[in-house]
Design a protein around this ligand. Sequence first.
Ligand SMILES: [Zn+2]
Length: 338
Amino acid sequence: MRGAVFYGPGDVRCETLDDPKILEPTDAVIKTAVTCICGSDLWRWRDLEPFGAAQPVGHEYVGFVEEVGSEVTAVRPGQFVVGSFATSDNTCATCRYGYTSHCVHREFMSTCQADYIRIPNAQGTLVATEEVPDQAFWPGLLALSDVMGTGWWAAEAAQVRPGSTTVVVGDGAVGLCGVIAAKEWGAERIIVMSRHETRQKPALEFGATDLVTERGDEGIARVLELTGGIGADAVLECVGTNQAMQQALRSTRPGGSVGIVGVPHEVELDGLELFHSHVGLRGGPAPVRRYLPELMNLVLSGRIEPGKVFDQTLPLEEVAEGYRAMDERRAIKTLLKP
Ligand SMILES: [Zn+2]
């Protein structure tokens, strides 16, 4: 089969790889329907995250079940399935508490930009649709395997409630999905911090009510101005830089919460400032699996359209061009077709 291999900063290649096999009785192998490139893949592309030897890459997927291990009964060959970037058995104490992305048997997916994918913990991880969905729904369902589930988690972690004033820090695919989530969770006002025109349009389409183009102290001042000097009830941090985190913390009202879904890179929190802020923090990899049944219904009923975050589609062979386009902000998010 063909699959993307990450060699180093600025170097991803589509190569011929061994077909994945069932290694454990709890595995499945799926034939990729569509996959994509994640903003988090760009940290390594930009040499901002350490990496070891050349390795396959990609953690987002939807596909057709090809083969299942002897202990997998929840899905069968031929079914169209959606799964999370973090696999889970869906039965352990942590899964039952709702934190499927912290499952005691968790394995992070990392080989998904490929024709076929081995899915560990398939029984708990994969959710099948009733029938094979029309191709028009594939991008939206693909978004659920990470970015839309992550936006949903950001809204939960930030405790967005009906009537909330919400700030979304970040206008990448996760930030945009955070806007969709905040709207679904009932936020009345959704302030998006975005200075890229190409991303402001989808943000407004998804439900943003205000755009703040300033950053840093000016951005914080602008949010305070928009919220009567108090700050927002709920803030979704969807970037991961120190500046974004400080912006999120200082844009939140006393008693409000920040949902952290941007993977932190060199973020430093001041304990004393945090203590006196009365701001709640929660974050981490999104428990996507918990949300899948509900979010799949929202996509298949046409209620939400997270597939709109894909503004570039490329064949798998051109994966490197997808990375370049996202790195250079010519694309928000690139969908790959095997
Ligand atoms: Zn578990």
